[in-house]
Ligand binder design. Structure first.
Ligand code: NAD
Ligand code: UD1
Length: 340
């Protein structure tokens, strides 16, 4: 199948971007990737192409490079942009707010300016459940109050507001603001997956590194939350399901319904200890852990009401906890040092 449509994927070499590129190529789209490899490797794209059996076009560079963007939009007839490029480490954003706002917010402005100049008005933006702050109730619906507790989260909120203003200013813009819950897992081939460059901040890659012997134990951040077993509860979503959600979002953009913020989650919350048990089952060995203090800034529970994605995009998550852990483990086992 060939759609005759070309999608610009910023950050396409990253964790979610690489999985989405495969789905796009499989769905018949042509893909142009813009990535500066600040948090990824060209090897990921080579594997994307070999898994999908089709090439992508790589433009290596920064979303803040106006001249590069102008050349890119001049050289390729882009139908829509999926915008993953961004920095995402919460702790680092507290230490380096200017770098985060420049990369994420100014970078998105540069991208939107280039799109407007080129007459490209279809954008899928990677937002995050972090925009809900500490939600008043659960499950979380898209009309809940938003708030941010760190520069990373604030960069996502600011971008959401900029995109809303853009839509108000010119109705030809079609914008899907996808609020991801907790992406985990990997491609079932075990060839691409999440490859944190430093000590992982997030739970699943940390557990995977314990399982493969790179870390000696998991620290469970807090065991006195008001949850089923005292540990934090999150809505983990398989990256393959998430990638599929982006293909559905492109189809929604084509229906020209303007701007919408949409949760991409499963609607089910699992605790840290449940995740650990599920991963132990997948890798077939017990994994050492210690209960330690809460991590500052963490909330007890967070899970989506996924109804809007179902009704608006015709998308819902299909893969469960077992597949998330088995696929994450296969990737980690076969690539103990990531793409290195
Ligand atoms: P990632 O770091 O693996 O991917 C981001 C990609 O963008 C990387 O390949 C990086 O090199 C590239 N990049 C960063 N800044 C760039 C710039 N200025 N110019 C060009 N390329 C640049 O992260 P990911 O997990 O795939 O996340 C993708 C997006 O989804 C991010 O915007 C992130 O904030 C958002 N998000 C991620 C999660 C998560 O848990 N992974 C959750 C919610 C939202
Ligand atoms: C974190 C970010 C959030 C971001 C999301 C997805 C913080 C405060 N929040 O959210 O902005 O959108 O990742 O990228 O960083 N845990 C442990 N031990 C660990 C790691 C995590 O017990 O070593 C626990 C956490 O306390 C939490 C759960 O595991 O209860 C999930 O943590 P994590 O994967 O970091 O995701 P979030 O905290 O949801």
């Amino acid at each position: 199948m060939h759609t005759n449509k070309t999608i610009l994927v910023t950050g396409g070499a990253g964790y979610i971007g690489s999985h989405t590129c495969i789905k796009l190529l499989e769905a018949g789209y042509d893909v142009v990737v813009l990535d500066n490899f600040s948090n990824s490797s060209p090897e990921a794209l080579r594997r994307v192409e070999s898994l999908a059996g089709r090439p992508t076009t790589l433009v290596q560079g920064d979303i803040n490079d106006h001249a590069l963007l102008a050349r890119l939009f001049g050289a390729h007839k882009i139908d829509a942009v999926i915008h993953f490029a961004g920095l995402k480490a919460v702790g680092e954003s507290v230490e380096q707010p200017l770098r985060y706002y420049h990369n994420n917010v100014t970078g998105t402005l540069a991208l939107c300016q280039a799109m407007q100049t080129a007459g490209v008005f279809n954008l899928v933006f990677s937002s995050s459940a972090t925009v809900y702050g500490d939600p008043a109730s659960l499950p979380i619906r898209e009309d809940f109050a938003t708030g941010a507790t760190n520069p990373y989260g604030r960069s996502k909120l600011i971008i959401e507001e900029i995109l809303s203003d853009l839509h108000r200013s010119a109705p030809e813009w079609n914008l899907a603001l996808l609020r991801y819950f907790n992406p985990v897992g990997a491609h079932p081939s075990g060839r691409i997956g999440e490859d944190p460059s430093d000590i992982p901040n997030n739970l699943m890659p940390y557990i995977a590194q314990v399982a493969v012997g790179r870390r000696d134990h998991l620290s469970v951040f807090g065991s006195d939350y008001d949850t089923k077993d005292g540990t934090g509860v999150r809505d983990y979503i398989h990256v393959q399901d998430l990638a599929e959600g982006h293909v559905k979002a492109l189809e929604w953009l084509d229906r020209k319904e303007g701007l919408k913020a949409i949760n991409l989650g499963t609607g089910t919350g699992y605790s840290v200890l449940e995740m650990l048990k599920a991963f132990e089952k997948a890798c077939g060995k017990p994994l050492p852990y210690k209960l330690v203090d809460r991590r500052p800034g963490d909330i007890a529970s967070c899970y989506a009401d996924p109804a809007m994605a179902r009704d608006v995009l015709g998308w819902s998550a299909k893969l469960g906890l077992e597949a998330m852990c088995e696929d994450a483990w296969r990737w980690q086992r076969d690539n103990p040092k990531g793409y290195e």
